[in-house]
Design a protein around this ligand. Sequence first.
Ligand SMILES: Nc1ncnc2c1ncn2[C@@H]1O[C@H](COP(=O)(O)OP(=O)(O)O)[C@@H](O)[C@H]1O
Ligand SMILES: [Mg+2]
Length: 273
Amino acid sequence: MTNESLSDFPLALEGDNMPMVSFRKVTKRYGDLVVLDSLDLDVAEGEMVTIIGPSGSGKTTVLRMLMTLETINDGVIYVDGKPLTHMPQGDRLVPASNRHLRQMRSNIGMCFQHFNLFPHMTALENCMEGPVHVLGLSKKEARERSEELLEMVGMADKRNQHPSRLSGGQQQRVAIARALAMRPKVMLFDEVTSALDPEVIGEVTNVIRRLVTEHNLTMLMVTHQMGFAKDISDRVCFFYGGRIEEQGTPDELFGNPQKERTQQFLSAVKEAT
Ligand SMILES: Nc1ncnc2c1ncn2[C@@H]1O[C@H](COP(=O)(O)OP(=O)(O)O)[C@@H](O)[C@H]1O
Ligand SMILES: [Mg+2]
């Protein structure tokens, strides 16, 4: 991207309606493949936005960009008013340094389909690791915070178990507590129930439900569970070809989809279940 086009983007976002997350004309390519196509997406503070859409439509890429696991080719992403992918230098934006990325990354927590807990650590140690080694909390503070969160996800009694002794649903709940222990402003969930046995899916969705109702966390969630998305989202975005094809409240999007692609996707998903 040229410096000229970067000068179109503000150095920071402010004002009463400042979104917690803002994608501005974000394009991501792998070679010739355009995965995100000039994407505009705002998520308000405290909002729960769900992303649905066919495989390969760019859902995971949106979350990976926010985790700064990849660079973008065009556009700017802002988190909590500050540029994430870029940083101000004088009166313009330049690509973010590693230091800037590290600082900004602490705003964001993520849970994936595969729980990737540290296998050699107990549930409690998994939760304490980041607060101690990244945030610099004392072990006492980190333990208190972690025990509270393990209690919240219903895993207090298993805190001294290693992941191999826990079920998939239990591991996923520990993974959520571990992410929350970093006190992120934004939580990302990518198909967190897809690898789980059906009978334990509810224990994980219930934790996410609690986060929505009891905490003012900003969340972006990718899911194939349309019923769950319908239940808990403030807004649902249907992705197609790296763009938002259609978005609305769950009632609008599921009850009265306007676009043909949305209708086709929703009826195909319905048939599959
Ligand atoms: N590291 C990569 N290199 C090349 N192509 C990739 C890479 N990561 C993702 N893609 C491609 O980007 C597209 C979108 O991927 P993704 O965001 O994972 O889709 P979704 O989560 O909606 O299924 C897919 O076509 C995928 O193959
Ligand atoms: Mg995906």
